[in-house]
Design a protein around this ligand. Structure first.
Ligand code: NIG
Ligand code: FE
Length: 410
């Protein structure tokens, strides 16, 4: 890899530090004008501004041509591995069916479960690798990926193996999350408690033993898993040393965010229907809000109160939620647009929400999420003079080049 110089950066905009940014810190970005970044073996060694260039000789020089540079984007919530697609749900939606109506009728997540159980590991690997390539070309250099379309030991493990292998072979840093309790599988219909028990006794120990996941997640929702079932599962996961995540308050507020606060989860995700008490519990428990505005857009729902959460001192992150049902888009740039237009966050708050805050919520805050010496040289050169332009233009891919650990990947 050697030494790389990235020079002629018109504006370098980045949050600073390896911690979650909350309250007024959410919008604290550094802006370096006429900057240059020196990189050695994939790690940033020096950043200078005002036209100064770090001394030394370089194996490669990358000319940013006066453009904007930011940290590589971090997508902290995805369901990247799945069999098939669900385009037929468009007709059901047009006929008036809601997201949970489709799931209750045996479709939705359960439809994808059938297709994922049938898919071979190789098929899933190739399809997911394609998604990772597309995400990188759009500026994402690290992401989280959940299982959750197997709902049985064999298929959940198959998904996590795909995620782990891609994390090793693909340039993207990929953090695996086990989402076994994503829906009640047909074999356990009406027996959610037993499914949770089986998950804790039979699947989690195997995942722990083989180190196949860093986090455990559960869909805490009306007609899916209630707060008590979610508590049982998350406590069991916590006792085994996993970090905790929870799909909470997506459609109904049934206690998921309060539980996240109680257990000190790394993040609670969705939060469209969050209440005051949920927000207070999250602030108290230091839980990051993983907001998913493209899902609100696609489900035609309201938007999580991200601005209020910042005011309450909750670190706000934003992610794609890419999945075949509620958000069939992996475009984190659209999420950036929605962060400004729907959440009413400033461009600086938005940049923090797609870099350091999700990085911390998936355990990568020491390595990525900001541009400063000691961190990985994961960055985007944008076809834009400033980040406002990226927030403003929508529907186009605004990346010019993408650099992962000092190497051009687009
Ligand atoms: O985060 N809400 C639960 N899980 C996913 C959707 C999964 C699906 O519909 O396939 C989500 O939106
Ligand atoms: Fe999700």
């Amino acid at each position: 890899m050697g030494k790389v110089l990235i020079k002629n950066i018109g504006c370098l905009q980045t949050p600073v530090g390896s911690y979650s940014h909350k309250g007024s810190k959410q919008g604290a970005n550094e802006k370096y004008i006429n900057a240059a970044i020196a990189v050695e073996d994939g790690i940033i060694t020096e950043i200078l501004s005002g036209g100064r260039i770090p001394a030394g000789t370089y194996d490669e020089e990358i000319d940013a041509e006066g453009k904007l540079v930011t940290p590589g984007l971090v997508d902290g919530h995805t369901h990247l591995v799945f069999g098939g697609y669900r385009q037929h749900e468009i007709a059901m939606k047009l006929a008036g069916a809601g997201y949970l109506d489709i799931l209750r009728a045996g479709g939705g997540i359960l439809d994808t479960v059938g297709k994922t159980r049938q898919a071979s590991k190789e098929e899933l690997y190739d399809k997911t690798a394609g998604f990772l390539d597309e995400m990188m070309s759009m500026g994402v250099t690290s992401c989280e990926a959940k299982s959750g379309y197997g709902l049985d030991k064999e298929t959940e493990i198959k998904m996590l193996e795909v995620i782990k292998e891609l994390g090793e072979k693909h340039p993207m840093d990929v953090v695996p999350t086990f989402l076994g309790p994503h829906a009640i599988p047909p074999e356990y219909e009406g027996r959610g408690d037993e499914y949770i028990e089986m998950t804790c006794k039979e699947i989690l120990p195997e995942i722990r033993k083989r180190n196949l996941a860093d986090y455990c997640d559960v869909f805490c929702e009306d007609s899916v898993f209630n707060a008590e079932q979610s508590r049982t599962y998350l406590k069991c996961a916590r006792d085994m040393g996993f970090g905790l995540k929870i799909h909470a308050d997506e459609i109904e507020a049934i206690g998921g965010t309060e539980l996240a606060g109680e257990l000190g989860a790394a993040s609670a995700e969705h939060l469209i229907a969050i209440t005051e008490s949920g927000m207070d519990a999250m602030a108290e428990g230091g839980v990051t809000a993983m907001c998913l505005p493209a899902t609100s857009f696609y489900l035609d729902k309201t938007y999580a109160p991200a601005k209020t959460m910042i005011e309450k001192g909750i670190p706000v992150a934003m992610a794609s939620d890419f999945n075949p049902g509620s958000c069939p888009s992996l475009n984190l740039q659209f999420v950036i647009n929605l962060g400004c237009l729907k959440y009413k966050l400033t461009p600086e708050e938005v940049l923090t929400a797609v870099t350091i805050n999700p990085a911390c919520a998936i355990g990568l805050g020491e390595k990525v999420g900001t541009l400063e010496p000691g961190k990985q040289a994961d960055l985007v050169i944008w076809n834009a003079p400033d980040f406002e332009m990226v927030c403003y233009r929508f529907g186009s891919n605004m990346t010019d080049r993408v650099i992962k650990k000092g190497t051009l990947v687009k």
